[in-house]
Design a protein around this ligand. Structure first.
Ligand SMILES: Cc1cc2nc3c(=O)[nH]c(=O)nc-3n(C[C@H](O)[C@H](O)[C@H](O)COP(=O)(O)O)c2cc1C
Length: 251
């Protein structure tokens, strides 16, 4: 069965080329209000958004995100903030001490809720015809992002999202392939062999896709993944989290 929503989700792709046209204020408010309907763990609502359309700020954000030029060409940047400042206010209002940010569970809750919010934001923007890209590179200079967005204790910029009007070329670009479906969705129990074989097969799938779409010089699955995962990256994350009051103090 095909529904407009399924069609939208199945055709979603990251957009990094924008026309420079504006996202209307009415649309932007609708996108943000729709995003707020995302579920949150315990209805804690431990996510806040900080957004800007200011071109000079978009330029600065692009620089802070490792010089990702496409960020500066978007019309809007939205920062998705794990916000235990909000939940602290209510916990402290009844004389209790808020400590969940000092546990792995708190950090998981914040990260999961931020991811759900990202998805809601992207889906809402895409439903109105805009293009978006998630920006994890906001964590590259997370300490500088704290002052850039004036983030208080118990908050952390988890991920960002660009929104803009996609160029025709970007709109018509082919969808990036995924690993074989049966190595991704498994009924009953996890099948490690299948998953690992799927990863190796995808190396070829992505290479073929790159060759076919004229992006053969782009890194393969093995190269890009090992560039990030064979070594650490965004090494300031732990320090910034700790400076913001987060910690792993679980027994
Ligand atoms: C949490 C998250 C962080 C991401 N960070 C970036 C980023 O910093 N810059 C970027 O250009 N793309 C970023 N992406 C987009 C991925 O590169 C993209 O989703 C992936 O290559 C698959 O391509 P597709 O979205 O077009 O299907 C991010 C995606 C996610 C989900």
């Amino acid at each position: 069965m095909e529904t407009p929503m399924l069609k939208q989700l199945q055709n979603r792709k990251s957009i990094r080329q924008f026309t420079g046209e504006a996202v209307s204020e009415e649309d932007l408010q609708l996108i943000l209000k729709t995003a707020q309907r995302a579920p949150t763990s315990i209805n804690g609502q431990q996510i806040s958004l900080v957004y800007t359309k200011d071109k000079a700020k978009l330029q600065q954000i692009a620089q802070l995100c490792g010089g990702q030029a496409h960020i500066a060409t978007a019309d809007v940047f939205v920062g998705i903030i794990i916000d235990f400042n909000r939940t602290s206010a209510i916990v402290e209002s009844i004389g209790k001490h808020h400590v969940i940010e000092q546990s792995a569970e708190g950090i998981m809750v914040g990260a999961v809720d931020a991811g759900i919010m990202l998805n809601h934001l992207q889906s809402a923007a895409e439903a109105l015809g805009y293009g978006t890209t998630a920006i994890g590179a906001v964590r590259g200079k997370s300490d500088e992002m704290v002052s850039f967005f004036n983030l208080p204790a118990k908050t952390f910029l988890a991920v960002g999202c660009t929104i803009g009007v996609a160029t025709e070329t970007a709109k018509n670009a082919p969808l990036k392939p995924r690993v074989a479906f049966d190595t991704f969705a498994m009924q009953g129990v996890y099948d490690s062999d299948k998953v690992r074989q799927g990863a190796l097969a995808y190396e070829l799938t992505l290479k073929e896709f790159r060759d076919k779409t004229g992006s053969g010089s782009m890194p393969t699955y093995a190269t890009i993944t090992s560039n990030y995962y064979a070594d650490g990256y965004y090494r300031k994350t732990a320090k910034t989290l700790m400076a913001q009051g987060f910690a792993f103090k679980d027994e």
